[in-house]
Write a protein that binds this ligand. Structure first.
Ligand code: FNR
Length: 365
C-alpha cells in the first residue's frame, strides 16, 4: 500500500494534506508572513557540503548519545507541537509511544490535546515538558508541578512567543481548536478552549493568556518553583546564549519556532555556530527547524549541536499513519543518519567534526 512505498520523511506531507481539513493542514504547515524563513530553514542545509573521510573501518557505528544525563538511541528527538489530536485521534499518545519505541525523547507541548498525566500513562519513556508562561503564575506553578509529578525530566521554556507570529493562513481560516478537543492541561481551569474570532483564534488566545512581560528574571523564578533542568527554546544569537547561561539554563535550543514567529530571522542551521561558540561548551546546544534528512542531522552535529528535534514530520506522519507513521519517520531518519556517518567515515558522534563539512560562508582553505 501507500504507506509501505514511503521512502523519506517529506513524503508524508502530501498525504497529510489530502487527509486533513484545510484549517488543520494550514495550521501545521504554515510559517509567518512571507514564509521566507520557512523556506530558508530548508534551503540553508543545501549550503553545507561534506568532506568525507575514506577508508575508515565503519563496520560498527554507534549513534547513541546522552541528553541531560539521559541515554538515548540517537541525537534525533521530537519537538513540542501543539494540538496533535487534530492530526490523529491518538494524538500525543501515539507520538509518545513512537518516541519511546525508538528510545528517544519527546517534548510535550503546553498546548497538547492530552494532559501530562495522560501522556505519562502511555508507558515508560523520557519526556520533557514545553512551557508557555501564562499571565497567571499560579497556572504555571501548578502545571510545572504536575509535569514534574508525572515524571517529565526537563522543562523546555519557549521564549520566542510573547505574541503569536502572524500566520496568514490561520487568519484567513479563522483557525480555532475543533469543538471536540481541548488544551487538556488547562481543562480544569477554564483555559482549555479557544474562542472563534475573526482573527486566528490562537493569536487571540495568546494575546489574552500568555505573559508578554516575560524576561530573564522569570527564568530565575522558574528555578524557584522546580528543580527540573531548563532548556531555553528559541535562542538565535550569541548575546542571548550568554544571558541564558547566566540565568541558569541547562541547555539551549536554537529554534525559530519552525519559522512561525518572526519572519526573516536566519535559518536555524545558519545561527547554530554562533550560539555554539558563545556557549563555550558550558551547556549543550540543540537545534530544530527544517531537519528532514539524516544528512541534516550530521550537518547540525558537525556545527556543534548535541542533537536535533523534528516538528512537522511528526505531525504529517501522525496524520497519515498514526503511531506507525511517527515510528517510521524516526526509523528513516535514524537509518539515513547512520548511513551519512558511515559514508563520512564516522563511527560515533564524537568522531563528527567541523572538518567533515564545508559551508558556503567558510573562507577557502
Ligand atoms: C510548533 N512549535 C511549537 N513550539 C513550542 O515551543 N510549543 C508549541 O506548542 C509548538 N507548537 C507547534 C505547532 C506546530 C503545528 C508546529 C509546526 C510547530 C515549534 C516546534 O517546537 C519546532 O520549533 C519546529 O516545529 C521545528 O521546525 P520543523 O521541524 O517543523 O521544521
Amino acid at each position: 500500500g501507500k504507506m509501505e512505498e514511503i521512502t523519506n520523511v517529506t513524503e508524508y506531507e502530501a498525504i497529510a494534506k489530502e487527509i486533513l481539513p484545510k484549517m488543520v493542514y494550514d495550521y501545521y504547515a504554515s510559517g509567518a508572513e512571507d514564509q521566507w524563513t520557512l523556506k530558508e530553514n530548508r534551503n540553508a542545509f543545501a549550503r553545507i557540503l561534506f568532506r568525507p573521510r575514506i577508508l575508515v573501518d565503519v563496520s560498527k557505528i554507534d549513534l547513541t548519545t546522552t541528553v541531560l544525563g539521559f541515554k538515548i538511541s540517537m541525537p534525533i528527538m521530537i519537538a513540542p507541537s501543539a494540538m496533535q489530536k487534530m492530526a490523529h485521534p491518538e494524538g500525543e499518545y501515539a507520538t509518545a509511544r513512537a518516541a519511546s519505541a525508538a528510545d528517544t525523547i519527546m517534548i510535550l507541548s503546553s498546548w497538547a490535546t492530552s494532559s501530562v498525566e495522560e501522556v505519562a500513562s502511555t508507558g515508560p519513556g523520557i519526556r520533557f515538558f514545553q512551557l508557555y508562561v501564562y499571565k497567571d503564575r499560579n497556572v504555571v506553578t501548578q502545571l510545572v508541578k504536575r509535569a514534574e509529578r508525572a515524571g517529565f525530566k526537563a522543562i523546555a521554556l519557549t521564549v520566542d512567543t510573547p505574541r503569536l507570529g502572524r500566520r496568514e493562513a490561520d487568519i484567513k481560516n479563522r483557525f480555532t481548536l475543533p469543538p471536540f478537543l481541548t488544551l487538556k492541561n488547562f481543562e480544569g481551569i477554564n483555559l482549555g478552549k479557544m474562542d472563534k474570532t475573526d482573527d486566528s483564534g490562537l493569536a487571540s488566545y495568546v494575546a489574552g493568556q500568555i505573559d508578554q512581560s516575560l524576561s530573564w528574571k522569570d527564568v530565575k523564578w522558574l528555578q524557584t518553583i522546580t528543580h527540573l533542568p531548563i532548556l531555553v527554546k528559541g535562542v538565535l544569537t550569541a548575546e542571548d546564549t550568554r544571558l541564558a547561561i547566566q540565568a541558569g539554563a541547562a541547555g539551549i535550543i536554537v529554534s525559530n519556532h519552525g519559522a512561525r514567529q518572526l519572519d526573516y530571522v536566519p535559518a536555524t542551521i545558519m545561527a547554530l555556530e554562533e550560539v555554539v561558540k558563545a556557549a563555550q561548551g558550558r551547556v549543550p546546544v540543540f537545534l530544530d527547524g527544517g531537519v528532514r534528512r539524516g544528512t541534516d542531522v550530521f550537518k547540525a552535529l558537525a556545527l556543534g549541536a548535541s542533537g536535533v528535534f523534528i516538528g512537522r514530520p511528526v505531525l504529517f506522519s501522525l496524520a497519515a499513519d498514526g503511531e506507525a507513521g511517527v515510528r517510521k519517520v524516526l526509523q528513516m531518519l535514524q537509518d539515513e543518519f547512520e548511513l551519512t556517518m558511515a559514508l563520512n567515515g564516522c563511527r560515533s558522534l564524537r568522531e563528527i567534526t567541523r572538518n567533515h563539512i564545508v559551508t558556503e560562508w567558510d573562507t577557502p582553505r
